[in-house]
Design a protein around this ligand. Structure first.
Ligand code: UD1
Length: 414
């Protein structure tokens, strides 16, 4: 089991290089199944989710190689995953559905169960595939989609990131034109569409709520550098807001982080947007209110790190979580460090306190784990973050090394 030992740290100072985005690279890796050509993904982040997806793609017959730090995926001949366990390991593997169906005419995956943060159904993915002409059959805990895809107009009941990505990928090789209405607008969708266009796909409107895809007979290989991880950058900005100091977040893009940057500014943290990245300066001094929303609203993935900031910020901060139904599990763990938090359904009220004290706490999910590490940086004594599920390495590329380089007192064992 991974343990992170964190001690109260001086103000963080220096430069952190932001890794390639997890949420951009995973759909792009699945998109490699849409062509028989080589797809080179430059600077993939060192994350266990990337390794898990590599194993899944390899198990489908896709060639997976690493050359000069890049990932090369070649899906010349491949098949559906045979071992359902490979798919179950990671929720994002549902994103193979669109590419498998588009290329092979048939796709089967086990239905994902609920996860710690909520039920996370895939009804919108399936509704969209069905509108594209796929036959959808449920049996033995899985779902099988089959048929030739034809362009159609699809209305999503909610702007799901994964459903938008899956449907864009499926539609690239469908006959005719597809319109996805009420599509998600996250920067990772814009990046996926640009990546697919570099393979010969015809997509417009990505980043708006209507995406149009004109199907083409085939796609070709490409070389792609996905965008920097806005959630990692936002987490590091929160670390600075907790300890004070000055961090240059190299590669971070202000245009992808507007909602967080406004909130940090409201809290009294200084932000400078420079050509090399974002500079974050000083500690949070005033409380704030956060309502998680789809992009460009405040990202649910930064709710937990921002709650760690609120724990030490004088005054009353309020959080409303609108995306996932069970995403406050870090609150109970933060309370073990001395935080004052009341949770009622989807609302958490945090009274900032001057003192947090170290304790043993559990990383219940990926972002919760990061929030506990951040709180440990300002808790007296030692905080041990136990990560039995290996959540933190799923989504943070060497968080302990990056924080230690700027003065954070943190080490990891196992
Ligand atoms: C992606 C991100 C995740 C982030 C989330 C919300 C990746 C790999 N993961 O997850 O980090 O927290 O966006 O920004 O990019 N829903 C349905 N039916 C569906 C699909 C979704 O009801 O068919 C619901 C979900 O249960 C959830 C909400 O819609 O409550 C948002 O989910 P979605 O946008 O699909 O998130 P993911 O793509 O799973």
């Amino acid at each position: 089991m991974a343990h992170y030992a964190v001690r109260e740290s001086p103000p963080l100072r220096g430069e952190i290089s932001i890794s390639t985005s997890k949420n951009a690279v995973l759909p792009i890796m699945c998109g490699a199944l849409l062509t028989s050509g080589d797809v080179c993904i430059r600077r993939p982040p060192a994350l266990s989710d990337v390794d898990t997806l590599c194993s899944l793609l390899a198990a489908c017959g896709c060639r997976v190689a690493r050359e000069d730090g890049a990932l090369i995926l070649t899906a010349e001949s491949f098949r559906n995953p045979q071992d359902e366990e490979d798919v179950r390991k990671m929720r994002a593997s549902v994103l193979v559905l669109g590419p498998l169906l588009a290329r092979l005419g048939e796709a089967r995956i086990p239905l994902p169960g609920g996860c710690a943060i909520g039920q996370r159904p895939i009804d919108q993915h399936l509704k969209g595939m069905s509108a594209l002409g796929a036959r959808v059959q449920f049996d033995h805990g899985g779902v099988t989609l089959s048929g030739r895809l034809r362009g159609a107009t699809i209305y999503l009941d909610m702007p799901s990131v994964g459903a938008t990505e899956n449907l864009i990928m499926a539609a690239t090789l469908a006959e005719g034109t597809t319109r996805i209405e009420n599509a998600a607008k996250e920067p990772e969708i814009v990046d996926l569409a640009a990546f697919l266009c570099s393979m010969g796909a015809r997509i417009c409107g990505a980043g708006t709520s209507t995406v149009c895809i004109e199907g083409v007979p085939s796609l070709h290989g490409t070389s792609w550098q996905p965008i920097a991880d806005r959630i990692e950058a936002g987490t590091m900005a929160c670390a600075c807001a907790i300890t004070g100091g000055e961090l240059l977040l190299r590669g971070a893009r202000a245009d992808h982080l507007r909602s967080l940057l406004f909130k940090l500014s409201e809290a009294g943290v200084h932000i400078k947007d420079t050509p090399g990245g974002l500079i974050v300066l000083g500690r949070a001094k005033q409380p704030f209110e956060i309502r998680t929303m789809v992009y460009p609203g405040f990202p649910t993935d930064l709710q937990a790190p921002m709650m760690a900031v609120a724990c030490k910020t004088p005054g009353t901060s309020v959080f409303l979580e609108t995306i996932f139904e069970n995403r406050f599990m870090h609150a109970a763990e933060l309370q073990r460090l001395g935080a004052h938090i009341r949770v009622e359904n989807r609302v958490a009220v945090v009274e900032g306190t001057r003192y947090l004290t170290g304790a043993s706490v559990q990383a219940t999910d990926l972002r919760a784990g990061a929030a506990l590490i951040l709180a440990g940086l300002c808790a007296e004594g030692e905080t041990i973050v136990e990560d039995a599920g290996g959540h933190i390495t799923r989504g943070y590329d060497h968080i302990e090394k990056k924080l230690a380089l700027v003065g954070g007192c943190i080490s990891r064992t196992a």
